[in-house]
Design a protein around this ligand. Structure first.
Ligand code: BES
Ligand code: ZN
Length: 593
């Protein structure tokens, strides 16, 4: 028994998936997908073979030769889901499982037409990271296992299917009025990187290897916002080496998407809150693109090592930004990240294991402890390495890291062993083991110096002494400077000051959601009622947890706004993604509202 991942029943001694075929039919009326998955193992196997499932119906199971495979579903566990135990006849290399999703399939979000930009057709999308792929099809749902796949997805006429894979055309479906879309994924991926979306979807080319997919109603805006991404891929290649996934396409999601972006290979998923109209939020694309190296090529072996995935990627994101916009831009982002990290430390409390880089997660749902720690503490750790050995040497190490581990999934210990080998003595010099295995932030954390940063800090600091910003003070500010300024102001300000800031700078109508949400949080904390209607507007259109969580939190912290929060949430609970709904319910429980 070799169960190395606390979030999977897979036992790699029983056999390892090499490739699979997905055959799915999407039923929008029933909100279910029906179909089959065929697993091809690296070697013939026999006897017990365990797979992960969650909220799936299993109708039957056969070998490639058609022999029935006895199977048994275990007890449902709230974190792991349900173990599917097969008894493989001797020499089984191909397994075909007939299955169907249910309304508890956590990877899937089924949207009513009103929740889309077009308003005419329903929409379906998946979000598999970290452990939700098992709610679409039975699989070895651990990032240790990588597989290639082909897929065919049947939908009613009028719908388009996209997947994080290479499109291979569409054919008439088995029933009249249906169409089957075909895909192949030639690069081996962990299960959490499987992804699909179905709806009214069109596309536009941005460069010879970059295309944007979106609902037709938002396609032009999206194409404009991300027009620079073709060049960005080239810039990233210059730093990290060749792009291994052939195409870098993007899908503009409907508003309920719970994340800012998801690095699904060949097809990054992006929240529509990035459509600021001034390209000021492209750092999220830089981040998801960077995962093409740090993540999709080299990922974490388990969620306990998640920081390897996100920490290196935030570092890589800021290197791309630095190359495109200069060191000031990267320093501003680092400062925003540092505030978020301190907030996460506050949320967990000093000494919490969730403030370590390597986090013990046995019996813990990774969705519940998702935080900025792996991102921003990880970023600081990688930056410390970079600064300690110098950029030139570090960039060479990063390239060898990617080269040595490409298309694998590694543990923290494997990474440390590699770094020790590449850079003898450096881990001890920087006290790497304290960074990785101890809570909190070590004293040698890198700091960022930039004149722009200092100007904003000074202006925010002068608030207490009566200084109110003039139009001149903020002339030429980037969105990041606004974000920092709003974060550095006192937690609460006077209502006249709220009115003044809004009047002078039009914050309530900012098209940049980072500015808008930070402003609304400040206004809500200040008990400023005129902010409620705009807040309602955000809470009833946006599903991104990064915004929902702090907004509801701020409302719940003010007794006079609790009833408002309750009313908005009750009206929205069935619209939010399961993950967002559960997270916000937790906030209400905690506040006793
Ligand atoms: N892979 C993550 C999103 C994720 C993490 C989904 C864990 C499910 C579980 C993605 O790359 C990400 O980090 N997105 C950030 C963007 C960012 C610029 C840090 C987000 O969604 O805000
Ligand atoms: Zn990420």
């Amino acid at each position: 028994m070799t169960r190395l991942d606390p979030h999977s029943y897979a036992d790699l001694d029983q056999g390892i998936t090499q490739s699979l075929t997905l055959m799915l039919r999407v039923d929008f009326e029933a909100k279910r997908m029906f179909g089959k998955v065929r697993l091809h193992l690296r070697q013939p196997s026999s006897g017990v073979f365990d797979l992960d499932t969650r909220a799936l119906e299993i109708a039957g199971c056969r070998t490639g030769g058609g022999a029935e495979i006895p199977f048994e579903l275990g007890q449902a566990d709230p974190i792991l889901g349900t173990r599917l135990r097969l008894q493989l006849p001797a020499g089984t290399q191909d397994i075909e499982i007939t299955c169907a999703t249910t309304d508890a399939s956590t990877a899937l979000d089924w949207l009513a037409p009103e929740q889309t930009a077009g308003g005419a057709l329903p929409y379906l999308y998946s979000q598999c990271q970290p452990h939700h792929a098992r709610s679409i099809f039975p699989c070895q749902d651990t990032p240790r296992v990588r597989f290639t796949y082909t897929a065919e997805v049947t939908v009613p006429d009028g719908f388009t299917v996209v997947m994080a894979a290479a499109p291979a055309g569409a054919t008439p479906g088995p029933e009249p009025g249906t169409q089957t879309f075909h895909f192949t994924m030639p690069q081996p991926i962990p299960s959490y990187l499987t992804a699909l979306a179905v709806g009214s979807i069109a596309s536009k080319d941005i460069s010879d290897r970059v295309r944007i997919y979106a609902e037709p109603e938002v396609l032009d805006r999206a194409a404009w916002e991300f027009a620079g991404v073709g060049d960005m891929v080239g810039v990233a290649e210059g730093i990290f080496g060749p792009y291994e996934w052939e195409r870098y396409d993007m899908l503009m999601m409907p508003f309920s998407f719970p994340y800012g972006g998801m690095e699904n290979p060949r097809l990054t998923f992006l929240t529509p809150t990035l459509l600021a109209g001034d390209r000021s939020l492209v750092n999220v694309v830089a981040h998801e693109l960077a995962h093409s190296w740090t993540g999709n090529l080299v990922t974490n072996a388990t969620m306990e090592d998640f920081w390897i995935n996100e920490g290196f990627t935030v570092w890589a994101e800021r290197r791309i930004l630095e190359a495109l916009e200069g060191p000031d831009a990267a320093a501003l982002h680092a400062a925003i990240g540092r505030i978020a990290l301190d907030e996460a430390f506050e949320r967990f409390g000093t000494g919490s294991p969730y403030t370590q880089l390597k986090t013990p997660l046995d019996g813990v749902d990774p969705d519940e402890v998702y935080s900025e720690v792996p991102y921003e503490k990880g970023f600081l750790f990688v930056t410390l390495l970079e600064r300690t050995v110098g950029r030139q040497q570090w960039d060479a190490v990063i390239k060898r890291y990617i080269d040595e581990f490409r298309f694998t999934s590694i543990t923290t210990e494997e990474l440390l062993e590699f770094l020790d080998r590449e850079l003898p003595g450096v881990l001890d010099t920087i006290q790497a083991r304290q960074w990785v295995y101890k809570p909190g932030l070590p004293a040698n954390a890198p700091v960022f110096v930039s004149q722009r940063l200092e100007n904003v800090r000074a202006l925010a600091g002068a608030w207490e002494h009566g200084k109110r910003p003039s139009l001149e003070d903020v002339a030429g500010w980037k969105a990041e400077e606004w974000q920092l300024y709003l974060k550095w102001l006192p937690r609460e300000i006077a209502h006249e000051d709220c009115a003044l800031l809004d009047r002078r700078f039009g914050l309530m109508s900012s098209g940049n959601y980072e500015i808008l949400v930070n402003w609304l949080i400040l206004a809500i904390r200040s008990g400023y009622e005129p902010a409620l209607e705009r807040t309602r507007g955000v809470l009833t259109t946006v599903g991104r947890m990064k915004y929902l969580r702090p907004l509801y939190q701020a409302l719940l912290a003010r007794p006079e706004f609790q009833a408002f929060a309750r009313e908005v949430f009750d009206g929205m609970r069935d619209r939010y993604h399961t993950l967002s709904r559960v997270t916000i319910e937790g906030l209400f429980d905690k506040a006793g509202v």
